[in-house]
Design a protein around this ligand. Sequence first.
Ligand code: NAD
Length: 489
Amino acid sequence: MDTTPAPASGRLLIDGQWVDARSGKTFATVNPADETVIGNVAEAAVEDADAAVVAARKALASGPWPKMPAAERGKVLWRMGELILERLPQLSMIETQDTGKTLFDSGKIELPMAAQIFQFYAGTASKIAGKTPAARSDAFLYTTREPVGVVAAIVPWNFPFLLASWKVAPALAAGCSVILKPASQTPLSAIEMGRIGLDAGLPPGVLQVLPGAGSGVGMALVRHPGVDKVAFTGSTHVGKTIVREASATLKRVTVELGGKSPNVVFADADLEAAIRGAFSGIFYNKGEVCAAGSRLFVEKSIHDRIVGQLAERADAVVLGDPRDKATRMGPVVSAGQMDAVLGYIASGKTEGATVAAGGRRATEVNGGRGYFVRPTVFAGVTPQMKIAREEIFGPVLAVLPFDDVDDVVSRANETIYGLAAGVWTRDVAKAHRVARAIRAGTVWVNTYNLYDPALPFGGFKESGYGRDLGEEALDGYLETKSVWIDLGR
Ligand code: NAD
């Protein structure tokens, strides 16, 4: 087992310098696998947000970043991607110790994907273009695309580095300056992203990093008149607060929020593949995935068989220190999150669902230290139960039987959320019909939880608005300016 320690401290990155918080305050970040403090990090507050906004505006008004040819900006982004790959062992250890995700997930999946995101947007920087409508003979009309300005990127703790890359990379490609506010549970890899930006050649003030509390520095950025856009990923509850607060200055807002995604298995599916997909669809990253397939709808004729096989797999999962190669699932991110997940498990039992697997804290792991929860499968779930309606954001699956296409489509849509969905069938027409009928931003067919930098990701309904990834994300960091040149009579 590799036990290289994560860095012991972190400072704020403001105007190209590593500095302490103006208040002198720090906060501890904890390894959820053993409850030890792994770092003390400067805690940014309102006055640090003010300083960062001044630096970000200066970088836009008079720094080299906006004057740089777009292709040169693209080269800096490409270099950021290379540096992520060069620093993979160190970065993945930091991410694993801060979040509890396995080293395989951080080092083989998520950080390489973040590198891909930077390199995808590196290529888009030089392709931003306006239009020249041929509408009038007496005028030359054209549009330009300009950076929206100063972006506050506020991200959650479940994929700290990867979700930051979803916002930082397109915003930089668009020519914006970015202030990154990581979640207070997981600040360490965002600090490393700041370091990578500086090492790759970002000028001072173009990417700044302000770890700290959401209610403190987070809210200060949302309210700040010098911030032009808030790019937020997090819970629906906080997303609504942010939209309300940002409306006072009418700044641009995109909100990528929670989900309670349906994953639908028809009896005619490749059942081996469907079981694998249903399993990783809920249990990847301990269920701390916004798109987790947390409501598994199974056609009645195969219901018992699928529940049995999922329970068998869940019972076989090796929980342990996420740095250990044998570990298949690490701890949930924090004591607070563990309590929330255990509360949902208790409510499922009280409301009469059947525990087919798990259903408890795993105190036998690591001598009782760490926030380990056994992967839990509930059968006999009815749509009114809390575990069928609310986002749990942990390793808890609710299985619900269904009769036919119409039945499952209407029940899949019976939710305030609309982030993602899955469909498993060998019938192509049925797959298309269901994909079309489900109100969600992403539908996976015969797979689950896959992402590509080119494919937009985001929500319908209370899962938010705006899109990460793809060209759509880039649009979110650009304003359109129309120019009318009179050609005379
Ligand atoms: P959260 O909403 O509690 O926090 C997200 C971020 O917002 C953190 O950085 C936090 O410090 C900050 N914040 C909190 N209150 C704030 C405020 N009043 N003003 C400004 N900033 C504030 O979410 P979380 O618990 O960190 O993450 C889990 C949630 O994120 C889940 O609901 C999950 O579904 C969602 N999520 C969505 C996506 C997506 O792409 N749609 C991806 C990952 C996670």
